[in-house]
Design a binder for this molecule. Sequence first.
Ligand code: FAD
Length: 416
Amino acid sequence: MTAAERGVLIVGAGHAAGALAAALRQGGFEGPITLVGEEPLPPYQRPPLSKAVLKGEASPDTLLLRPAAFYADKSISLRLSARVVAVDRAARTASLDDGSVLGWDLLVFATGSRLRALPVPGVDARGVLELRTAADGARIREALAPGRRLVVVGGGYVGLEVAASARALGAEVVVVEREARLLARVASPALSAFFARAHAARGVGLELGATVAGFETAEGAIRGVRLADGRLLAADVAVVGIGALANDALALAAGLACQDGIVVDESARTSDPAVLAIGDCTNRPLPRYGRRMRLESVPNALEQAKQAAAAILGKPVPRAELPWFWSDQYDLRLQIAGLPFDVARTVVRGDPDAGRFVVFHLDADNRLQAVEAVNSPAEFMAARAWAAAAQVLDPDRAADPGVAVKQIPVDAPAAG
Ligand code: FAD
């Protein structure tokens, strides 16, 4: 893009960026659109990296959001394997690592998040891997085989999905988690206990409340994971997944308001009206809860892409969606909607031992704040709508699987 033909410049070419570019063209935007992404691939989805693609059930080319030809067809310029290194808001330019400078009228940060580093000895050894990109996924896939010993550091969603996929590939797996339970930051104790049992039953070793002191190596390759209590877990490969941080350094350096992510409003606008931000890199308002926070999920990236497209096209801001998320491990599909703010009580419906149950999170007035559902899609769909509407539930009816789902809200018509 030359200075004469300025348009929308999107920094990052991931899920949010790809969705925004497509939505702009679909909405009739005719100006130049440029995506600059440091990865070599056009926008692709990451969720299958730890699931179907890792297990070899789907080929990596199914990851692309749209065929590569889509971008040329729609006159969307893709600058791949290129990194934006500086943004000048006064001059409305962005500098790339190859020395080129691009102009823009509207700039969109869609820089995603990066993995939190584990600062321990041996972390750079061969066989100590992480999973964020398609290239990372290919490396892990190559390292796993029947009988290979894998240690997963971090019992969050990605770590547990890697553990489940590695078991399917016949690897021996141990998960090391610093907290006393799995999914400690992101799930209820009931769900954590369920997944701990599910993994243990499928042969995964669990080290909870355990800290990694370092990786033992031989000739530059991992041979084990040393725990802080002195024990050594033998390992041929390790995958470190201990959370992610917003890629907001560029925005911060450009003088934009950032606080655990780039601060945006309900139109995805930053503190500079000519600059928007979408996806994992943002700290966004959550009108349903009167709060703001950073989310890492595909639905969030898609929702904010829609908000940004509306803002750029001058259309009304779409109605805020309730955050939701999913995770697949073995034959277990977890679906979560809402966030557990101000929870006064949780109600479990169904039988965790049967691998099918729902956890309702209620506030002090029994309004549904969030729901966690395992292999319960019908209950999930109903509860997702209730959580969005802050519906009051009857906790006793919610807990009783003999009561029909539609009878759980307090104002449901009497059964009969
Ligand atoms: P990304 O898709 O990460 O894209 C950001 C891109 O910007 C990256 O390619 C990055 O390299 C690039 N970039 C950053 N800085 C620059 C720069 N300065 N110049 C150029 N390019 C730059 N979510 C779910 O909802 N469900 C799931 O089951 C799920 N599973 C997941 C499994 C894995 C293994 C991973 C890694 C993530 C998973 N997620 C899941 C999260 C989901 O993939 C992310 O929330 C989503 O990708 C966010 O989209 P994004 O566009 O904000 O960021």
